[in-house]
Design a protein around this ligand. Sequence first.
Ligand code: ATR
Length: 273
Amino acid sequence: MDRYLVFGHPVRHSKSPFIHTMFARQTQQELEYGLAEPAVDEFAQALRTFFDQGGKGCNVTVPFKEQAFTLVDCLSPRAKRAGAVNTIKLTDDGVLLGDNTDGAGLVADLKSHGVTLADSRILLLGAGGAARGALAPLLAELPSELVIANRTHTKAQLLAAEFCDLGPVTAQTYEQLAGTFDLVINSTSASLQGELPPLAPALIHTDIAIYDMMYGASDTAFISWAKQHGARQSMDGLGMLVEQAAEAFTVWRGIRPGTKQVLRELKRNLGVI
Ligand code: ATR
């Protein structure tokens, strides 16, 4: 049977085996999908061994995405732009192709919630790996403006400079932010510590859409905060997780699974519904 897995550390609580097993069932694909948690300095060896032993493809998550970028034979354009690889496929020619489906997953989830990206004014909070992965797919949707704000402003400036050939992207400090944004995407890891990015409440209005790449059984700190200040539409990163997996599955198997039922099951498992 064709073998796939996810590499990460820690990875025990990954939902990827559940998601891909459901995708395989739904599309009647014969495959198995497992977990691998190599020591941080043993990822390269573990990756090689997996493919030497007949593995067909894998996902890569924290903290190995940047290292995976350096270990594959060939990079997709979106992986090259993201500077990170979350999906690897062994091609029929024996080439290890590195791809990145995170940004596509974000855009697919936003669209599935009916969020319009074309001509919209987008605020992206954070300038780490998650923000980098999102930029090219967001700019491909032709927003009127995309502003990056980050605690460490120089990182936002560098990111904006790196992507400005793809669209109208600029960097602003949190204090400089003004005007009406249609969508705010929180890619910071602040929620992990129960913290908030230092965003002025005046930027939140009833018609704004709020997206937090984090998720949990209850609202993230950022979503709670935005709701308190009047935001009516908020989304967390569970949908992005499922959509990036669907994109990876499509890369591997050439068949696109549906995501709605899987998302519903995951929410049920989390106790959200
Ligand atoms: P990831 O790969 O998940 O993006 P990362 O590369 O470590 O993780 O980036 C984390 C991002 O969250 C950074 O933009 C970080 O801001 P700095 O560049 O200033 O470190 C941001 N971040 C983390 N905690 C934050 C907080 N409490 N408030 C605001 N931004 C925060």
